[in-house]
Design a protein around this ligand. Structure first.
Ligand code: CA
Length: 255
């Protein structure tokens, strides 16, 4: 784990190399100002293999999201300065974080507060005190619903299947020899078939980073992915959509 400390950026991240990380180990950003709760959340999630990043206020959370788009945000309602609710509203209003899965964490058990939390765009909420088991179950349920490429679920399209926990991709039952990055790319495309993604979107969703990695990187890994699929006759599923980006689809690429 390393900590980036600065006047604005105060977030830390414990991260295994994304290059070698398994799909299915999603990145969770925790935004919570109470150290004891932050620690409990971190320990609970890290024990289940999640990559955990932490922020203590809305500003640090924004910096962390700007640096790397997480798969899920667990966001405390009551934060010093800007509240979690305000941050959630802001994230929903921005293109890049519009669909970012958000779980609100709140001590408020009032029905009206829950309604408000969901109205600003949170996907779910957890009331403090929470049980670690419930927390994990909710995070997993949200990932399956909103970010299946980062959840531990088997993905299929056509004759392709991908099993994150076994780190296996198969075509018509035959194992595909594939690198770690191409595996994550394939997982994302399998989770979102027939949808076109720009290179910037793929960098965000597969690499977690849209700023420091060049868009050409996407092209390189798409080529490698096609090469891995070629012996199985499945390379044409990864389509280039001219002027836009890439998609996984069986039909004709739109021109
Ligand atoms: Ca708090």
């Amino acid at each position: 784990m390393y900590v980036i400390a600065g006047s604005r950026a105060r977030w830390s991240l414990s991260r295994r190399s994304r290059g070698s990380g398994l799909t299915g180990t999603a990145t969770v950003l925790l935004v919570e100002d109470e150290p004891a709760i932050l620690d409990l959340l971190e320990v609970t999630l890290a024990a289940k293999g999640f990559r955990v990043r932490k922020a203590e206020d809305a500003g640090s959370a924004r910096d962390a999201i700007h640096a790397e788009l997480p798969d899920v945000v667990i966001l405390d309602w009551m934060l010093p300065g800007q509240s979690g609710i305000q941050l959630a509203r802001e994230l929903r209003s921005e293109v890049r974080s519009k669909f970012l899965p958000i779980i609100m964490l709140t001590a408020k058990a009032d029905e009206s507060d829950k309604v408000q939390g969901l109205e600003v765009g949170a996907d779910d909420y957890i009331t403090k005190p929470f049980s670690p088991r419930e927390l994990i179950a909710r995070v997993n349920a949200l990932l399956r619903r909103r970010a299946p490429h980062a959840a531990d679920v088997t993905l299929t399209y056509g004759n392709l299947t991908l099993n994150p926990s076994r780190h296996e991709a198969r075509a018509a039952g035959k194992l595909i020899e594939i690198g770690a990055t191409e595996f994550r790319l394939l997982a994302f495309l399998l989770a979102n078939p027939e949808r076109v993604f720009s290179r910037a979107q793929l960098l965000d969703q597969v690499w977690g980073d849209h700023r420091f990695i060049e868009e050409r990187t996407v092209d390189v890994h798409v080529l490698r992915l096609r090469k891995a699929l070629q012996p199985h006759g499945a390379e044409e599923l990864v389509q280039t959509v001219r002027g836009v980006g890439y998609r996984l689809a069986a039909g004709q690429a739109p021109s």
